[in-house]
Design a protein around this ligand. Structure first.
Ligand code: FES
Length: 332
């Protein structure tokens, strides 16, 4: 994303910055033009990345003082495209350009039951939602999933606020989440048809929940998610994209998306969400040398298996060993 295009850009000043889990930094911004941030909102932040200005989106974890103080939390990702590194480098007192709260993951009113599933740093999209549900007196459950407790932010705080409504699944404690059990429980409950599941986390977790949700024929509109271009199954690495229709070959660095690399090379493509959700950037895969790492939530699991197309904004390729991977694509 090249620049903030929304009209309500404003100045945000870093007033607090601290580590809240291994590799996770909590950053509190004070903004010039406060407005209420409803649950599920994020802000777009303009950051110095690779010598230019790029935009990244971060969930509003907490909004205080009428929206003047916004808390974000960012995990330093080894597969970072530069955003998390830039956010971790911010010091108290620094200023940056941000939007006001943007709603792309709204919390409905009136569902019979709410299940919120957070994988890793995905918890940031669900903290405010859980608080809103508690205040409303709703029937809800918060499921926190992580590899290790030391990298999971907000667990103690959420336990203190929500008590028994929080379930914690930690891989290295031998309590991993069983997606079939979780979705099976929802499907067999009397209020299955009015239960909504909100999720934010790694693409593998979200794909597994989506498949299980479909298998149980639960209402598709009751499954809601936030992605922010989730991490993939493989670490990001450089690869080559060939475009026979343009007679071009473009290298995609590990810290850029195909879409960004093509744009930088002057190749125009369609895009909208840039988070792997809308499918507007879909391109046909003509040939692949390596493995495609589908990171979107637009294609179904079966379409990802067939791998005839991919979302340029988030998906990548990795080598099967040896040389760099290469993808031959046809842009639509
Ligand atoms: S721009 Fe929406 S999926 Fe890529």
């Amino acid at each position: 994303m090249a620049a903030l295009t929304r009209s309500h850009r404003q100045r945000g000043r870093v007033v607090e910055a601290e580590h809240v889990a291994d590799g996770v930094r909590r950053i509190v911004l004070e903004v010039d033009h406060p407005e209420p941030a409803s649950p599920g909102t994020h802000v777009d932040v303009e950051l110095p990345i690779r010598g230019g200005r790029q935009v990244r989106s971060y969930s509003v974890v907490r909004s205080e003082d009428g929206g003047r103080r916004l808390t974000l939390s960012v995990q330093l990702s080894p597969a970072s495209r530069g955003g998390s590194e830039a956010m971790h480098a911010l010091a108290v007192g620094e200023e940056l350009t941000v939007t006001g709260p943007v709603q792309s993951f709204p919390l409905s009113v009136g569902a019979g039951r709410y299940v919120l599933v957070a994988g890793g740093i995905g918890v940031t999209a669900l903290v405010a939602m859980a608080s809103a549900l508690r205040r409303r007196g709703a029937d809800y459950e918060l499921v926190l999933v992580g590899r290790s407790r030391r990298v999971m932010a907000y667990v103690d705080e959420l336990r203190a606020e929500h008590g028994e409504r929080v379930r914690v699944h930690v891989d290295d404690e031998g309590t991993p989440l069983s997606v079939p059990d979780l979705v099976g429980e929802i499907a067999s409950a009397p209020n299955a048809d009015t239960t909504e599941l909100y999720m934010c986390g790694p693409i593998g977790l979200m794909d597994a929940i989506r498949s299980s949700w479909t298998e149980h024929a639960l209402p598709p509109t009751s499954l809601r998610f936030e992605t922010f271009g989730s991490s993939g199954r493989f670490d990001a690495e450089d690869f080559v994209v060939r475009l026979p229709q343009h007679d071009r070959e473009v290298t995609v660095p590990r810290d850029a998306s195909i879409l960004e690399a093509l744009t930088a090379a002057g190749v125009e493509t369609l895009s909208d969400c840039r988070k792997g959700e809308c499918g507007l950037c879909l391109a046909k895969i003509v040939d692949v040398d390596g493995t495609v790492d589908h990171r979107d939530v637009f294609l179904s699991e079966a379409q990802k298996q067939r791998s005839n197309s991919l979302c340029l904004c988030v998906s990548r390729a990795v080598a099967d060993g040896g040389d760099r991977a290469s993808l031959t694509l046809h842009l639509t």
